[in-house]
Ligand binder design. Sequence first.
Ligand code: FE
Length: 171
Amino acid sequence: MKDIILLSVVIASIIFNNISSQVPYEDEKVLNSTNNDESKKVKRSDSEWRRMLSSAEYHILREKGTERAFTGEYDGHFENGMYLCAGCGNKIFDSETKYRSGCGWPAFYEALPESVEEHEDNSFGMRRIEITCSKCDGHLGHVFNDGPQPTGLRYCINSVSMDFKPDEEDE
Ligand code: FE
């Protein structure tokens, strides 16, 4: 009986040591993580999103809709500033990377580091890479590999998914 108790204590301490030794590793993981760390995401219920967003924003950001080509507010918009996610304010594109693609939607050749996430999208019989906001998972648009240098990428983004903050507003 004594042996069993001793054995249990040994096993318990091994388990405890394993658990506690994982804590620093977990901390390290958080420090080194990108924005796709689930704990840093903006999580809202469907009804909260409906309340906060306009119906066009809700349709595109939360239902993965697409605005009609050549109709978006930022398609032909070339002021200096920052484009933010319309759902959560996350900074996603710098105006310096915006260019005239002629595709009918705002186009950028680069996203800000860790601001967006990519997902395979095989809807509508096409193979595309969907782009979502890394903070709120809102649908932004798609990325294609027919963009200009230095990246060769074309981030084709719905105007409705973004807000624009001109440089002058920066402190
Ligand atoms: Fe967002």
